[in-house]
Design a protein around this ligand. Structure first.
Ligand code: ADP
Ligand code: ADP
Ligand code: MG
Length: 500
């Protein structure tokens, strides 16, 4: 069996660091790659060795498969972990890695190929009795025919890019009158994002929940699932808040979804860590959406509730070791919540707001995990995904995880860019979220920018501290009064925030 002694992480930011941390714990040497925009990035400093692979645009650096493989040969690297995004779901890259005699920490190129195309994926699982959303089984060729099919399925329908990912190339069509316009948009988005304009039609499930199952498979045919993640809080069909477990699944449905996910993985001979995504309707009926053949952004919530380090398992699997975890050994313990801290302005349609992190102070304490790739003073490059960090909390119960999240969000100090944190706080306090009765329409149903209450920014808390020190100094005999004044300030701020 091959052993991985040196691992190159073909990624950047928080996920590169997260992977290297586990590698280090396992005694594996790490190699970072970076673009000219990332010279001072944390993942570069953390790695044992680091190599610049090109200029800032990812097509000239993080996506340069040939350059990356050359680096591996030069530095005697055994294996490549692709993280998520970039080359992680690129079957050709996985093939090149294999042909270069290196280990790809992920599934086979064949599995990536099948699951990377939503239509091919549906065809692959056809024999397994997996529930699927009504829709076209192949790419749309003629519009007249597509309209007939849409009418039969019943509007609203969803036009989706076969090669889609990251919520791109997806358009809702409310009725036949909008069909052509939305179709044009979906195709042009698909062409520009994926270089592949094939689209298909699915019934648009109104008010669904997005619930996905984490799977792990080894190279000996063993496949297990590690329960679900609830990812229904989305903007632009992309997740912002995730949690595990879901508050609506019964043990029976969890079990049924878990078995379906394992079947999906089996259908493509899957090994490595992967995620099978489902949408779930009001009646808790679930439908297969797609499989992501990589480590997922929100994997930490699963790690928190199962105690399994998914990256460690991925590395063992890549080395050819059989899984040592059995399905019956796994149990859900506690509740984990994650919010994605993006450099985006929630008050302005979640548009990216890149810039410099003038202030950047992480929350800490019991039950708080921060996976990030930045430090105070660093700039968020415009070239890549604007995610700054993932903030994860863990508690015995959902309520406790939420309380910890609110506390952690309030401790998080970021200035210089707008972030999704105030939006995430709004979610944590919202009755619909609290009660567990929410779906993927949460943002459009409940959120408007006026619902945001600004976090007390650093200047306000600094002012409060200065004021307190001043009062203490000048009213020494009456120090109670000083602290009373500071308390009033604070509670006033709290009251105004709660009130809106
Ligand atoms: P996840 O599916 O892990 O919950 P996202 O859908 O947000 O997370 O995608 C993770 C990352 O991968 C993001 O940076 C996103 O832009 C990128 N990504 C996802 N799918 C694709 C794809 N098909 N092509 C290019 N980038 C993708
Ligand atoms: P991507 O590859 O971009 O992640 P998905 O198929 O996973 O594409 O869909 C992304 C999101 O879009 C889902 O999480 C869900 O919110 C929404 N969505 C996808 N398909 C449907 C559908 N048929 N009906 C309603 N919402 C859907
Ligand atoms: Mg998806």
């Amino acid at each position: 069996m091959p052993t991985i002694n040196k691992l190159l992480v073909a990624n950047r930011g928080e996920i590169a660091l997260r992977i290297m941390r586990t590698a280090r714990e396992m005694g594996i040497q790490t190699v970072a790659i970076y673009s000219e925009a990332d010279r001072n990035a944390l993942h570069v400093r953390y790695a044992d060795e680091a190599v610049c692979v090109g200029p800032a645009p990812s097509s000239e650096s993080y996506l340069r498969a040939d350059v990356i493989i050359d680096v591996c040969k030069r530095l005697n690297v055994d294996a490549i972990h692709p993280g998520y995004g970039f080359l992680s779901e690129n079957a050709n890259f996985a093939r090149m890695v294999r042909e270069a005699g290196l280990i790809f920490v992920g599934p086979s190129p064949e599995s990536i190929e099948v699951m990377g195309n939503k239509l091919a994926a549906k065809a692959a699982v056809a024999n397994y009795n997996i529930p699927m959303v009504p829709g076209t089984p192949s790419a749309i060729t003629g519009r007249a025919e597509a309209k007939i099919i849409s009418a039969k399925i019943g509007y609203p329908i969803l036009i989706k890019a076969s090669a889609g990912g990251g919520g791109k190339g997806m358009r809702v069509v409310e009725g036949e009158a909008d069909f052509d316009e939305q179709m044009d948009r979906a195709v042009s988005e698909a062409v520009s994002a994926f270089g592949d304009g094939s689209v298909f039609i699915e019934k648009y499930v109104t008010s669904p929940r997005h619930i996905e199952i984490q799977v792990l498979g080894d190279q000996h045919g063993n496949i297990i699932h590690l329960f679900e993640r609830e990812c229904s809080i989305q903007r632009r069909h992309q997740k912002v808040v995730e949690e595990a477990p879901s508050s609506i699944l019964t043990p029976e449905i969890r079990d049924a979804m878990g078995r379906a996910a394992v079947d999906v993985a089996r259908a493509c001979g899957y090994y490595g860590a992967g995620t099978v995504e489902f949408i779930v309707n009001d009646n808790l009926e679930f439908y297969f959406l797609e499989m992501n053949t990589r480590l997922q952004v929100e994997h930490p919530v699963t790690e928190q509730i199962t105690g399994v380090d998914l990256v460690k398992q991925m590395i063992y699997i890549a080395e050819g070791k059989p899984l040592t975890i059995k399905q019956e050994d796994l149990q859900i313990k506690g509740h984990a919540m994650e919010v994605r801290v993006y450099a985006e302005d929630p008050a302005n349609n979640f548009l990216p707001d890149v810039g410099t992190l003038d202030t950047y102070v992480r929350p800490q304490g019991n039950g708080v995990r921060v996976d990030d790739g930045f430090e105070q003073g660093m700039a968020i490059p415009i070239y890549y995904d604007p995610m700054i960090a993932k903030l994860i909390t863990y508690g015995d119960t959902r309520e406790e995880a939420i309380q910890k999240m609110i506390r952690a969000i309030d401790e998080y100090q970021i200035s210089g860019v707008q972030t999704t944190l105030p939006f995430c706080r709004f979610v944590m306090e919202h009755d619909a979220f609290r009660s567990g009765q929410f779906d993927t329409g949460f943002v459009s149903n409940y959120f408007t920018p006026d619902k945001l209450t600004p976090k007390p920014d650093i200047t306000e808390s600094t002012l409060a501290a200065v004021l307190a020190a001043y009062l203490l100094e000048n009213n020494k005999p009456k120090s109670n009064e000083a602290s009373a004044q500071v308390t009033t300030r604070r509670s006033k701020w709290k009251a105004s925030r709660m009130g809106s």
